[in-house]
Every structure is written in structure tokens, then in C-alpha cells.
Design a binder for this molecule. Structure first.
Ligand code: C2O
Ligand code: CU
Length: 496
């Protein structure tokens, strides 16, 4: 599976960037073989730890984390570099690490039983892959992730462009959400049926980089590249930066045509990332609150942007904000093979199926695929609802990571996946091993045709995505609300 081809990042550019790196010297790790091979080496140790999540006077909280830190250590490399990451398991249960959004060879994807044997307690597994795309990524376990991620196992993985946009500061906010007791202990009701059937484990304490933040110091005139990563199990964020006008330059690590946010909110479902250019345009000495407005009636202040008394400059700089493209193969929509995927289940699922089944029928859908078939078939629906499963993809609730592929995608061909969310809930849908273009929502073309690896679907929404299936292997396709994932909302796409 090491033959994952990257069309435009040639060996020559790879060697050139390696040479540049060698002459830079200081960025290399200390291991002597790193110099010889150009491989960047890291170690991560997953184990129990303690972290000051809630602000004082609360004490710290028992967590599971990497290297005793929350978030885990930042892995920061340059595009084209090869990384080797030895993961030691100091937990009391099996684990794996998935490099979310990174187009790795299948054997390095970190899916227990499907792509590797889980790492037993006390054992170490070494991952190795090339950073083909620059961007903002993250890593987390794929074994019982609803609990392992929920207790704090996650970290950021930043791949720098050779030619990055110019900014004054490059910052990352890893957003997370915890369900703590009144004494700041971790509430240990992970994976309960209520969370699984509704919107997942939404917590009561939101952190930025592992702490409840108070202020984020800034200076007037400063330009910040802010990388947002939603590492929460289930919480969706809709961030309002007040009088500031963030410009989105990348989504899920992939460059996008720079654009202002829709309705002024930066919306991020679990696992999703956004890179934005944030010009600090408010007054010196002032404060602007960043408010999370995603859930109506549950708005709260995330953090204050606290302006220094002395401006850095009077006006925002006019430096260009376009990122260089990554080497992604462009799907050919005219030639693409179409596939239908329908999500069902959850609380009120039967009602939505009935309602959408009816409206689908009236519109006389010409694609009698999974949707038409299942929607028209009340018997099938009743069977699903009585099978004990909670969430279904094309009528199947998954149990465990090993299953027959729900779709086989012909390798190196273009594919369109037409997805229907026939549920009353939001779902961030993630595909491993590839990025895809989001080409339409409810039949309307998307304005930016953004590349994503996780697409947030609203209740009853239809979304079409397109990709070239160029990375061979069995790849997970699942909802990234980790309680939905655990309760059946996953499948496997085989690229062969
Ligand atoms: Cu971020 Cu299958 O996962
Ligand atoms: Cu979901």
C-alpha cells in the first residue's frame, strides 16, 4: 500500500525541500539518522495524566492524554517531509492513532482491526508517512474514540507550506468540550444511550488548547493566521468574532478561495478545521468577545480578544492571503460514477424518514438508489428501527470496524457521492484517506467548491461530494460525532 501516488509533488521537489531543510539545520530532530534519511521522528505516549481544565478555584482533572499534556504535543513539519511517529500505549486498554485528514497509505491510517492490530497496553506501534498536503490536521485514537478522545487524547498536526502566507503570528486554537462534575471531575457516563440517540456528548465546559480561556492578547493592526481545530466529541461551534471580519483561507487543511464567513459565523462540526486570516481592527486597549452562537439560546462567551494599549500598526497590512494549492487530483464531474448514501436513525428518525420519504416520492426522484428504495419501503424502515441499531447508513448499523464495504470505488476514477441526511440531527461526515470537493447542497452548487475531509450536514440536508479515489485500501466513512460513530453510523469505502 506504499504506492499512493502524488501527482504533482514530485520526488525532485521533495528532495529540494529536504535539502532546504538540511541547510536550515535547526529544525531537525536530534537523532543522528534523521540527518541521513531526512525523516522527522517523534514519539507519543498515550497515558493517564492530570490537567487544569476548569479555572481556579477548581482543582485539576484526571484525563487521558499524550505525553502528559493537553492537547498532546504539536507535531509540526513541512510539506514533503516524511515523518515517523512511535506511539507507546501507557493506557489500561488498547488504542491506535488516526492522522485525521492526512492522506496516508492505508496501513498507516490507525483504524483498529481494519488497517492494523490495536496497540496493546505496554506496546508501541510506529507510523510512517509523507506529508503530501500542507495544512491544519490533528491526531486522535480510533479505538473507543468516544471515550479516549473524550478524556483528552488529541493533538495538532501542522504541515507548513514551503511558501506560507505572510502574517505576524500563526496561532492554533484546539477547541474541546468536557462534561465535568461540580467538583471538576470527568463525568464518566461515556457512551450512554441518551447521548448516542441525540446529539452526542455535548459537555458543559469548553476549552481552548486544554484550558478554559479568559483573554487572548492581541495588538491593533496585527495580522494573525488562526487555525481552529474542533476536537470535541459532539459540540458544533459557530464562532462570532464581533467587529472583526475573519477571512477563511483553508478548510480541513485544504486551501480555499479566501472568503468571508456566511452569516458572520465560523461553523465547525467535530473534527473540522478552518484557517483564517484575522486582522485586528478594533481599538488599542479595547476588548472584543468571541461568542459561540451555534446552539440557539445557549450562546456563551468563549474568550476575549484583549488589545494591548500600543498598536502594532494603524492599518491592517495588505499582504496577499492566497495559499498555494495542495496536489489534489481534480474530479471529472462529467465522467464521475454516482453513488447514493442515506443516513437514518436517531431520536425522531422514523418521523423524518416518513416525512422525507413522502416528499421524495412526490418529487419523483429519478435515482431510485438507497434513498428511494428505503424511503418507499415502510417494512424496511420498521425492520431498521427494531433491529436495535441506533444509526444507519444505507440501512446498516455498523458494529465494530471490520465490515463488508458499503461501496467499492473504482481506483483512479472520479466519483460523486450523493448523501441524504434523513435524520433530525446534524452530522459531520468524514471520509478517511481522501479529501473531497463539496459540490452541492440541496441541489444548489456550493460557491467555493471547498475541499474537505469532514462535511457538516444539517438535518434533512442533501449534500454531494466529489473525489478521485486515488488511495487504495479500505477506508472508514463515518459520522464524527463520536457517540453516533459508536452507535452504528459508519461504513467502509473500498478503493480498488
Ligand atoms: Cu477523525 Cu475516523 O476519524
Ligand atoms: Cu452523527
Amino acid at each position: 500500500m506504499s504506492d499512493f501516488r502524488v501527482p504533482t509533488l514530485t520526488r525532485r521537489t521533495f528532495l529540494a525541500s529536504t535539502a532546504a531543510l538540511l541547510s536550515a539545520g535547526a529544525m531537525l530532530p536530534l537523532q543522528s539518522n534523521a540527518r541521513a534519511t531526512g525523516i522527522r521522528e517523534f514519539r507519543l505516549r498515550a497515558g493517564p495524566g492530570r490537567a487544569q481544565i476548569a479555572p481556579g478555584p477548581h482543582g485539576d482533572t484526571a484525563v487521558w492524554c499524550y505525553d502528559g499534556s493537553l492537547p498532546g504535543p504539536e507535531i509540526r513539519i513541512r510539506q514533503g517531509e516524511r515523518v515517523r511517529i512511535a506511539v507507546e500505549n501507557a493506557l489500561g486498554e488498547e488504542t491506535t492513532v488516526h492522522w485525521h485528514g492526512v492522506r496516508v497509505p492505508n496501513a498507516m491510517d490507525g483504524v483498529p482491526h481494519l488497517t492494523q492490530a490495536p496497540i496493546a497496553p505496554g506496546e508501541t506501534f510506529t507510523y510512517e508517512f509523507d506529508a503530501v498536503d500542507a495544512g491544519t490536521f490533528w491526531y486522535h485514537p480510533h479505538q473507543r474514540s468516544f471515550e479516549q478522545v473524550g478524556r483528552g487524547l488529541y493533538g495538532r498536526l501542522i504541515v507548513e507550506e514551503a511558501d506560507a502566507v505572510r502574517v505576524d503570528r500563526d496561532e492554533t486554537w484546539v477547541l474541546s468540550d468536557w462534561r465535568l462534575t461540580k467538583t471538576a471531575e470527568m463525568q464518566d457516563d461515556f457512551g450512554n444511550r441518551h447521548d448516542m440517540m441525540h446529539n452526542g456528548r455535548v459537555g458543559n465546559t469548553v476549552t481552548v488548547n486544554g484550558r478554559v480561556p479568559d483573554v487572548f492578547p492581541v495588538r491593533k493592526g496585527e495580522r494573525i493566521r488562526l487555525r481552529l481545530i474542533n476536537a470535541a466529541n459532539a459540540r458544533i461551534f459557530g464562532l462570532d468574532f464581533g467587529s472583526h471580519e475573519p477571512v477563511i483561507i483553508a478548510l480541513d487543511g485544504q486551501p480555499v478561495e479566501p472568503h468571508a464567513t456566511e452569516d458572520g459565523l465560523v461553523v465547525l462540526g467535530p473534527a473540522m478545521r478552518a484557517d483564517m486570516i484575522l486582522d485586528m481592527t478594533a481599538n488599542a486597549g479595547g476588548r472584543v468577545s468571541v461568542i459561540d452562537r451555534f446552539y440557539e439560546g445557549l450562546e456563551y462567551r468563549l474568550v476575549d480578544l484583549a488589545y494591548d494599549d500600543t498598536p502594532l500598526r494603524e492599518k491592517a497590512p495588505d499582504w496577499p492571503v492566497v495559499l498555494p494549492p495542495n496536489p489534489l487530483p481534480e474530479p471529472d464531474l462529467a465522467m464521475a460514477i454516482r453513488h447514493e448514501v442515506t443516513f437514518n436513525g436517531g431520536m425522531m428518525g422514523a418521523m423524518v424518514m416518513q416525512e422525507m420519504g413522502g416528499s421524495m416520492g412526490e418529487k419523483g426522484q429519478d435515482t431510485p438508489g438507497a434513498m428511494g428504495g428505503m424511503m418507499g419501503n415502510m417494512g424496511g424502515m420498521m425492520n431498521m428501527m427494531h433491529s436495535g441499531g441506533i444509526w444507519f447508513i444505507n440501512g446498516v448499523a455498523a458494529e465494530g470496524h471490520v465490515m463488508d464495504p458499503m461501496l467499492t470505488l473504482a481506483r483512479d476514477k472520479s466519483h460523486v457521492i450523493a448523501m441524504t441526511n434523513a435524520t433530525a440531527w446534524h452530522h459531520p461526515i468524514h471520509l478517511h484517506g481522501h479529501s473531497f470537493r463539496v459540490i452541492s447542497r440541496n441541489g444548489k452548487p456550493t460557491p467555493h467548491r471547498e475541499w474537505q475531509d469532514t462535511v457538516l450536514m444539517s438535518p434533512r440536508e442533501r449534500v454531494e461530494i466529489a473525489l478521485v479515489a486515488d488511495n487504495p485500501g479500505d477506508w472508514m466513512f463515518h459520522c464524527h460525532i463520536l457517540e453516533h460513530h459508536a452507535a452504528g453510523m459508519m461504513g467502509v469505502f473500498r478503493v480498488a
